[in-house]
Structure formats: structure tokens, C-alpha cells
Design a protein around this ligand. Structure first.
Ligand code: ATP
Length: 362
């Protein structure tokens, strides 16, 4: 058993109507309201520049919001200094002191907080054991691998037992294999210690594997906030659908309950849809939900021209043309390039969005 201090009591983090306008007029956050469940991992996901880091820095107190409020564990921290929020942050570049040993880096926040020497040594030893860096304490950052450095960075954030841990793309500088390993280790650690975590990434596989709650941001606004599973199963907008899992998106029309898309000769009757009038819409279908062959009368089929295939492992991703649109299909067997390929999707696997990108009910 580790001589680690008790896990912190999990707190909730909530932001209400946060707006962040920088002096140059850039609005990085535009009325953001989120609730992060206590003890869970909330993943902030979105394209570059959507405001993820700004949101994290506002929660940390490193940036002051223009308007809006923030609370941690029920306490309004909107105007509380960064050092007094009970929050620690781990950065992508781990920001270790290059001249200090791993031990010195770990002990530094405790020294700043005036923790006595013996207590510091005890906590450094405990955290080093937890992160499996006990053999490396005398090394400087330059003598550590990327993964080891990031462990020290995480250790330095955790050593003050923060209520809230903020992580800004912590593993993005690591190679793919190590990144997957480190995130699994981090997940186990987070589950054990139970600190409320906000985690920024733009890697959707990472987001899906870590998130208790997932928040997709787009241009400073929340596009959708829900569980990872729900977001994948029922993306609320065509933007989320395209971003998460690379859903194929095709323009189509709905005429009196019949869905028509270019390249599909007959149209598909969808009883759950409104049966009057005509509207433009976006049809979404995931590459893995397209199956070879024409399917039955309740399926939507497409004939595509194969353009290129990518080996994914057991499966291949076939990129094809459907008229002037592109369509990706996951298949098991190899498919020759430049051939016609008929694929179909079951009606239940279709996602429909109105012309503003909002998911159609049903
Ligand atoms: P990335 O994934 O590329 O790190 P991000 O989602 O974290 O992006 P932010 O760093 O939060 O995005 O930036 C959000 C927006 O605010 C961007 O348009 C960015 O250019 C802008 N921005 C960030 N910091 C400042 C600043 N100090 N002054 C002006 N604009 C800023």
C-alpha cells in the first residue's frame, strides 16, 4: 500500500455563460455553460482554435473571463486567484525545470507551499512510486524519455493533491504507441485517485476512450455535451458527426417522407420522417455502417467508384467517388481501385440533419 494521502473528495466544476474576449477583439469563448461531473473525466474536443485551451485556462485562473461565472465544489471561484482554486494543470510540453532533477521538479510545488522537508520527501517518494518513476528521481529532464518526462509532469501536478486536474493535450507530443499506453495508465490512475479532470484533446480516439462526459466546441460555442457513447451514437449536429468518427456526409432531399440522394436511383421511404413538403438535408452514414452489395428494399444503396484503399489492420478503408462526392467505406477484403462497388446501409444506420446541420428527430 502506498503512503499516498487520501484521494481528494471529488468536486464538481461548472461554468456558466462564460465569454472570453481578448483585447484584439477575438471571441475565444462565446457563452459557454458546462457541468463537469465530480470525480469524472470531462473531455473538451474540437478543431484547432475552437477555444479548448482558453476554457481550461479560465478554469485554472490563468485567464480571466470577460463575463460569466465559474464554480468548483459549489464555491464561486470566478474572482479567486489561480493558486487558491485547488486546481493543477498538465501541459503538452510538460514545462519541467530543465536544471532541476525529477525529484526537484516534483518537490518544487511543495517547497513553494512551505511544506517541511521530511513531508516533502515522503510525498515525492509516494508520487514517484505511483507513477513508476522512483528509479529516475536523480535525473534531469534532458536525461528522461518523453513518456518519463510526462510522468514527472503529471506527478508535479498531482503532488499538491488538487481537487481538479486540468490536462491540455498531455500526450500529444508522444509517439502513437506510447500515447495509447500513457492514456491507459492515466485512466487507471484517475480512476484510483478520483480527481475531477478536464482533458483537452483534438484526438477523437483519445476523447472516446477517456470521456465520462464529452464536450465538442466549435468556434467558441458548445456544439454538443453528453456521454461519449451517446455522442457517437446520436451526434446532435452534422459537424459533430463529421468530426467524430469521420461520418460520410451527403447532401440530399426529403420529399414527402422519401429520402433522395444523388447516386441512389429510387429514394428510400422513411416512415418516421415528416411526410409532407420537401426539404434539403444532410445524410450521414459511418464508413463501418456501409456493407457490400445492394441490400434490400429498406436499405439505401450506392454505387461508388473506388479510388484508393487504406489498410487499417484487419480492415481496409476504401475511398470512393459518388458523383462529385467522396464516400468512405470500411471493408474486410481488398477491393481493386477504379472499379464500381455497390454498398448499402440499413435505414437504422442513417443519420439525418436539417439544412442548418441539426439532427432531425426520429
Ligand atoms: P488548439 O487545438 O490549436 O490548441 P484551442 O481550441 O485550444 O486550439 P485556443 O487556444 O483556446 O484554441 O484559442 C481560441 C481562439 O482564441 C483562437 O482563435 C486563438 O487564436 C484565440 N486566442 C488565443 N489566445 C489569444 C490571445 N492571447 N489573444 C488573442 N487571441 C487569442
Amino acid at each position: 500500500p502506498l503512503a499516498l494521502p487520501k484521494p481528494p473528495n471529488a468536486v464538481d466544476v461548472s461554468c456558466h455563460n462564460l465569454v472570453k474576449r481578448f483585447p484584439d477583439g477575438t471571441v475565444a469563448l462565446d457563452d459557454v455553460t458546462i457541468e463537469c461531473p465530480p470525480g469524472g473525466i470531462t473531455v473538451l474536443l474540437g478543431p484547432s482554435g475552437c477555444g479548448k485551451t482558453t476554457l481550461l485556462r479560465c478554469v485554472a485562473g490563468l485567464e480571466t473571463q470577460t463575463t460569466g461565472t465559474m464554480s468548483i465544489g459549489g464555491r464561486d471561484v470566478s474572482a479567486v486567484d489561480a493558486g487558491l482554486r485547488g486546481v493543477a494543470m498538465v501541459f503538452q510540453n510538460h514545462a519541467l525545470y530543465p536544471d532541476k532533477t525529477a525529484e526537484g521538479n516534483l518537490a518544487f510545488p511543495l517547497r513553494m507551499a512551505g511544506v517541511p522537508k521530511r513531508e516533502r520527501a515522503r510525498r515525492v517518494a509516494a508520487i514517484a512510486e505511483l507513477l513508476q518513476i522512483d528509479g529516475l528521481l536523480k535525473r534531469r529532464p534532458g536525461q528522461l524519455s518523453g513518456g518519463q518526462r510526462q510522468r514527472v509532469g503529471i506527478g508535479r501536478a498531482l503532488i499538491r493533491e488538487p481537487d481538479v486536474l486540468l490536462m491540455d493535450e498531455p500526450f500529444s507530443s508522444l509517439d502513437a504507441e506510447l500515447r495509447v499506453e500513457m492514456r491507459a495508465e492515466f485512466l487507471a490512475l484517475q480512476r484510483r485517485l478520483g480527481m475531477t479532470t478536464l482533458y483537452v484533446t483534438h484526438d477523437q480516439a483519445e476523447a472516446l476512450s477517456l470521456a465520462d462526459r464529452m464536450v465538442v466546441l466549435r468556434a467558441g460555442r458548445i456544439e454538443q455535451a453528453t456521454s461519449a457513447e451517446e455522442m457517437f451514437r446520436r451526434p446532435a449536429t452534422s459537424f459533430v458527426a463529421g468530426f467524430l468518427g469521420g461520418m460520410n456526409l451527403l447532401a440530399g432531399t426529403l420529399d414527402d417522407g422519401t429520402l433522395r440522394v444523388p447516386g441512389h436511383p429510387h429514394g428510400l421511404r422513411l416512415p418516421a420522417l415528416p411526410a409532407n413538403g420537401s426539404q434539403n438535408l444532410t445524410l450521414g452514414v459511418r464508413p463501418e455502417d456501409l456493407k457490400p452489395g445492394p441490400g434490400g428494399p429498406d436499405d439505401l444503396s450506392f454505387e461508388i467508384t473506388t479510388m484508393l484503399t487504406e489498410l487499417l489492420g484487419r480492415e481496409r478503408l476504401v475511398h470512393g467517388h459518388l458523383g462529385d462526392r467522396r464516400l468512405k467505406v470500411r471493408v474486410h477484403a481488398d477491393v481493386p481501385v477504379g472499379e464500381r462497388l455497390t454498398v448499402h446501409a440499413a435505414a437504422a444506420d442513417l443519420h439525418l440533419f436539417d439544412h442548418d446541420g441539426a439532427r432531425l428527430p426520429g
